[in-house]
Write a protein of this length. Structure first.
Length: 312
């Protein structure tokens, strides 16, 4: 039975519903449709539609013009937001998500004796695109500035919540959900899972599934064990109440530095980045400070942030 240990120091610790990446995908689709229409004969003698303003009588061309305008408007808003929030660079826009999600498998060495029959445990999503995924754990800090910042910057992220912290302000996380953030499971009380019996683990995971479904209206599909620690009972318990996958992380972000899992201390396509809901009482900065730091690293390395749930 495999036991994976990861550290977490408790001292340290949305995006719009029609994000830029989706607009970009629609532009590509409209362009393809428009090209097909242009190649087709339009008159008795096989003539093509005239170029210029007349071409906008074509529905695909009108759609392309509309989506192009939305794309430019969204990028302009992103540039303005980057200046407002004092980011070093404008965040890169992620490509459209794949039509079919990639197959997620266990990271080698992270599997338990249950193998592929249990929810996979992984740190990186298989993709060739230069994208990473931002995830935020627990729920201790409830900074309204974070919601505004991420909405204006159009940066997607995923929340993994522990009930003992979020229950003091469920509405904060409901607002987050309303901005397009998926609320995932991080147990009721953030306990060390391998030290618990199967039934105790099931209580921590499954009762949190029920609670999130009750107050947020949707049952989570993803679960992250506290500290990254789990055993086979953890995965069996999670599977029993609807968990489909267990994303861990390849790097961790703080307001003043990054910590790395991989030997090369670098990002890779599909890496999952962890951070926490923390404030000045727990680490050297605010949530916006942390976002500025992690986005500088991500953007400097030529990566965009994509939405984890579009791939898993």
């Amino acid at each position: 039975m495999q036991l994976v240990r990861q550290k977490e120091d408790f001292r340290r610790g949305g995006m719009p519903k029609a994000p830029l990446v989706l607009v970009a995908g629609l532009v590509v689709a409209a362009l393809a449709s428009g090209c097909a229409a242009e190649d087709a004969p339009t008159g008795r003698h096989g003539g093509k539609a005239a170029a210029g303003p007349q071409a906008y009588g074509n529905d695909a061309a009108r759609a392309l013009a509309g989506y192009s305008a939305q794309l430019k408007e969204a990028q302009a808003a992103r540039v303005t937001a980057a200046k407002k929030w004092k980011l070093a660079k404008v965040p890169l826009a992620a490509p459209a998500p794949p039509a079919a999600k990639p197959k997620i498998t266990n990271r080698p060495g992270f599997e338990t004796d249950g193998g592929d029959s249990l929810p996979p445990v992984f740190t990186t999503v298989p993709t060739k695109d230069r994208i990473v995924f931002l995830t935020i754990d627990d729920g201790a800090e409830k900074d309204p500035a974070l919601l505004q910042m991420m909405r204006e910057l159009r940066i997607p992220y995923s929340a993994f919540l522990s009930d003992y912290l979020v229950r003091t302000d469920y509405p904060y996380f409901k607002r987050m959900q309303g901005l397009g953030v998926t609320l995932n499971n991080h147990t009721l009380n953030h306990r060390y899972m391998p030290g618990l019996s199967y039934e105790e683990q099931r209580h921590e995971i499954c009762d949190q599934q029920d609670k999130i479904e009750k107050w947020a209206g949707k049952r989570p599909r993803l679960f992250r064990p506290p500290y990254g620690n789990y055993n086979e009972d953890t995965l069996r318990a999670a599977q029993s109440c609807g968990v489909k996958a267990v994303p861990l992380w390849a790097a961790e972000a703080f307001p003043d530095h990054m910590e790395w899992r991989e030997w090369d201390r670098d990002l890779h396509p599909g890496d999952i980045v962890l951070t926490h809901f923390r404030g000045r009482g727990d680490w050297k900065g605010t949530m916006p400070d942390m976002i500025r730091q992690v986005m500088k690293v991500i953007t400097d390395k030529g990566y965009a942030v994509a939405r984890l749930e579009d791939y898993v």
